[in-house]
Design a protein around this ligand. Structure first.
Ligand code: 5GP
Ligand code: MG
Ligand code: MG
Length: 188
């Protein structure tokens, strides 16, 4: 009963992810150093649960003072199709008014989750919202960044249901060190 038995194919290996996370961290470090418009550190807001590993690996490689907080978003329940209306728990500990926020996501599919989260951040008076997602399915992404916010992504993801490196199916597989395609018989 190995964890890997349910995986059809690895899409992004542990090494590929690690390399890409380093690239993103350097890019963000560079951008937030050259655009140091604010005296307060940027706030990295992870979208739980899926972004927990990505956020942990990313912030360790960012060579700047920063803050970390979490919101929670749930769009799939225990299925594999987004229901379009994400359930969001938005209870930040950090006062983000006037701050630069980087929303850290596991994967962007329709962009619905992000546009809801960005609207909530905007209503709190943030200076900017950037987005950093590990994976982007490049479908119909319908969200707008705030201020001078930028969009960062790790990999373009083909349109399969993927798990691992934080991403789940019914709360399992999050601990796989790579991103892989789940065997369709696991959810059909
Ligand atoms: P969106 O709101 O952009 O349609 O969907 C975003 C959320 O749906 C992601 O944060 C993620 O939690 C979930 N999601 C989208 N595609 C996948 C996928 O292929 N695998 C998994 N495990 N979750 C996904
Ligand atoms: Mg997510
Ligand atoms: Mg999920």
């Amino acid at each position: 009963m190995a964890l890997d038995d349910d995986i059809e194919r690895i899409l992004f290996s542990e090494d590929q992810i690690s390399q890409r996370v380093s690239d993103l961290a350097s890019q963000i470090t560079h951008d937030f150093t050259t655009n140091a418009v604010s005296s307060s550190p940027p706030v990295f807001v992870g979208v739980a649960t899926g972004a927990f590993l990505f956020l942990a690996d990313l912030v360790r490689k960012i060579k700047l003072p920063l803050n970390v907080d979490f919101v929670r978003a749930e769009s799939y329940g225990s299925g594999t199709v987004s229901n379009g209306a994400p359930r969001i728990s938005f209870d930040l500990k950090i006062d983000i008014q006037g701050k630069h926020v980087i929303l850290v996501e596991d994967i962007v599919d329709t962009g619905n989750t992000l546009s809801c989260l960005i609207a909530l951040l905007k209503s709190k008076g943030v200076s900017s919202v950037s987005v950093c997602t590990l994976l982007d399915k490049r479908r119909k992404v319908n969200f707008e960044l705030v201020g001078k916010g930028k969009y960062y992504y790790g990999f373009e993801c083909p349109d399969y249901f993927v798990v691992g490196y934080g991403l789940d199916f019914a709360e399992s597989y999050r601990n796989l060190p790579y991103v892989g395609i789940l065997k369709p018989e696991m959810y059909k």
